[in-house]
Design a protein around this ligand. Sequence first.
Ligand code: DGL
Length: 267
Amino acid sequence: MKAIGIFDSGMGGLTVMRALKARLPNESFIYLGDTARLPYGTKSADTVTRYAVQASAALMAHDIKLLVVACNTASAAALPTLSQSLAPLPVVGVIEPGAAAAVAAVPEGPIAVIATEGTVRGGAYVRAIQALSPQMPVVQQACPLFVALAEEGLRDGPITELVARRYLEPLLATMPRPRGLVLGCTHFPVLKATIAKVAGADVTLIDSAETTAAAVEKILREKSLLHDGPAQPPKFLATDAPGRFAHLGEIFLGEPIDPGAVTLVDL
Ligand code: DGL
């Protein structure tokens, strides 16, 4: 039985794996976190593409049937390269599903996007949203400290709230006030409660995990690749500190990770 391969720069993509597991309980998963080289969000598109190619090659060695790029920065920088070089393997990123979820949630807009520096700089969300809704106003803000706070497990409390205020208050003060806020980084859903508190009740938070899982299900169904039998336990690969990955990964995956299931790999 072939597994679905998933990769991210670290643990954030486990929020996407969580949605995939809930939607596709019969599927098996292998997840790679490039923890040695996190963050991707501050690096150039060329470097992120090189890392993404290496991470995918490591997952391809496990004979996967579909690849999920569960990292917005890598999706923005490397999706066309990966889709082309891995064809006919289906490759699914998180930006287009996130853009579709945003336009569906707040069709009248405006939409604000929070992401890493790399994702904001490349403008991939603006293009993907405006491909669906050409007149949609989109504002963006890079929130690099959110990645560190999430990786440290600082989901709430005064430090996280202060950082959230610093990033979100100017962004949401733009006129007309954004009605939707895209969590354009797979690390951000773990900070959702704090982000929601600072954003206010009139702003809808949009997380691409659910729509990405729906896109994966659609492709597997169309290609007759869905699995009926029981799933195998998930496997994890980490490029650094597998013990820390197992320990802190639980926050992102929403269930404990067996330390014995995490293998240290060198890309
Ligand atoms: N997971 C990355 C993303 O979704 C953020 C973390 C990083 O900067 O590597 O963009």
